[in-house]
Ligand binder design. Structure first.
Ligand code: SF4
Length: 389
């Protein structure tokens, strides 16, 4: 990038001007990672100071049986496959109860599009989970699943969301977004929920008072212009509804040979690499700079490892998810040395060690508890530091 354009973009960021599609593509074109980090950190500090939010949550996948076969997905199984599973309602409740320690505040539930489970199963499981864990917020189902429920129930998304909310639903999850541009989407997504339905369902959720997350799956066959397009669609929808609490860039993962059947399920593996840490930091930074209307940017640390998670806090990120015990979808694909579990204390030290102030939040980004500020650099130098993998 030439020096003139660099100065122009920098001036726009410091003046708080909205960046354009061309600006976003130019930022991705820059190889000056430190400069991108400085701009994104300025924006992040304006919005969130030196705070880093986190929550105490657990992930639960009720079934991995799915009617679709998305090209990148290593989670889905077909009925009858050796490790296909579907939880009975009492099993789901028992598993959730086992995860209740540490003042859990949120259960995050996403699932395959099961071909024969009846619609009634889903509100029923929510009611039983809510009865068993009344203080835990239920963040459940992607827009893709809601559209699937429309298909299997004959009900509208409006009726479905009303029933799920009555059963205890606090928020949808942000999944199913992947990359909205059809040029890419047609090659990776195998279900029927695309931008029109994804945005329709989140718009509806926002109109009912929900705060929902938004996501983007990056680092596969898309190009930076597709990432910019994706973010700008979400930015426009956010101008309209104001209902997105956070944006989460999700790093596309390669699959490993499944020891159960010797298969690699990811069908685009041979033609893809995975985003490098530098590319991930750039994606966080450019996303932070383009989104002037979504308050938070999350790093789902399971996909990056802990050192990159700490670094990303200087590239626009202000939210680390979460204190996960078991995360099947990524851990079916990875094993990059990321631990399965981070407890509250681990997260606190991770954030302090990076020089930021931890703030525990709930599903709607209300503050649950503010913690001490990070110790100063001099104080931290005086003690041996933990090394994060
Ligand atoms: S990404 Fe979701 S919808 Fe697609 S195959 Fe996997 S589980 Fe099914």
């Amino acid at each position: 990038m030439d020096a003139g354009l660099k100065r122009e973009l920098e001036a726009k960021v410091y003046a708080g001007e909205r960046l354009t599609r061309e600006d976003g593509i130019a930022l991705y074109d820059s190889d000056d990672l430190a400069w991108l980090g400085r701009l994104a950190h300025h924006k992040r500090t304006e919005l969130n100071g030196d705070r880093v939010m986190f929550n105490v949550n657990r992930h639960l996948n009720l079934t991995n049986v799915c009617s679709a076969s998305c090209a990148y997905c290593s989670f889905q199984r077909k009925p009858g496959e050796k490790d296909a599973y579907t939880m009975r309602i009492d099993e789901a409740v028992r598993k959730a109860k086992e995860m209740e320690d540490e003042q859990l505040t949120e259960l995050h539930i996403v699932n395959g599009l099961h071909p024969t489970l009846p619609w009634r199963y889903y509100p029923k499981v929510l009611r039983e989970l809510k009865a068993a864990l009344p203080n835990v917020k239920l963040k459940c189902f992607t827009a893709t699943e809601v559209q699937w429920f429309e298909k299997i129930s004959g009900l509208s998304a409006d009726e479905i969301l009303d029933e799920l909310m009555d059963a205890g639903l606090e928020s949808l999850t942000g999944g199913g977004a992947e990359i909205f541009d059809w040029e890419v989407r047609q090659h990776i997504v195998d279900h029927a929920c695309h931008w029109e339905d994804w945005s329709r369902i989140h718009r509806l959720a926002h109109s009912k008072g929900m705060k929902t997350p938004s996501t983007m799956l990056y680092g596969h066959i898309e190009e930076p212009r597709h990432r910019v397009d994706h973010v700008l669609r979400l930015r426009e929808l956010q101008d309209e509804t104001g209902g997105f609490a956070v944006f989460i860039p999700l790093r596309y993962q390669h699959d490993f040979v499944d020891s159960a059947d010797g298969k690699i399920r990811n069908r685009i593996q041979a033609q893809t690499t995975m985003a490098s840490p530098a590319e991930s930091l750039k994606t966080f930074a450019v996303s932070r700079l383009l989104f002037d209307n979504i308050p938070h940017l999350k790093n789902f640390w399971v996909m990056h490892g802990l050192s990159v998670a700490q670094l990303s806090l200087n590239f626009g990120v202000d939210d680390l998810d979460g204190s996960v015990v078991e995360y099947k979808i990524t851990h079916d694909a990875d094993s990059y040395g990321t631990p399965n579990t981070m407890h509250r204390d681990d997260l606190l030290h991770l954030i302090w060690d990076a020089g930021f102030q931890p703030v525990e939040r709930d599903t709607r980004y209300n503050v649950v508890r503010e913690y001490d500020k990070a110790p100063s650099l001099a104080e931290r130098r005086a003690e041996p530091q933990q090394v994060w993998a």
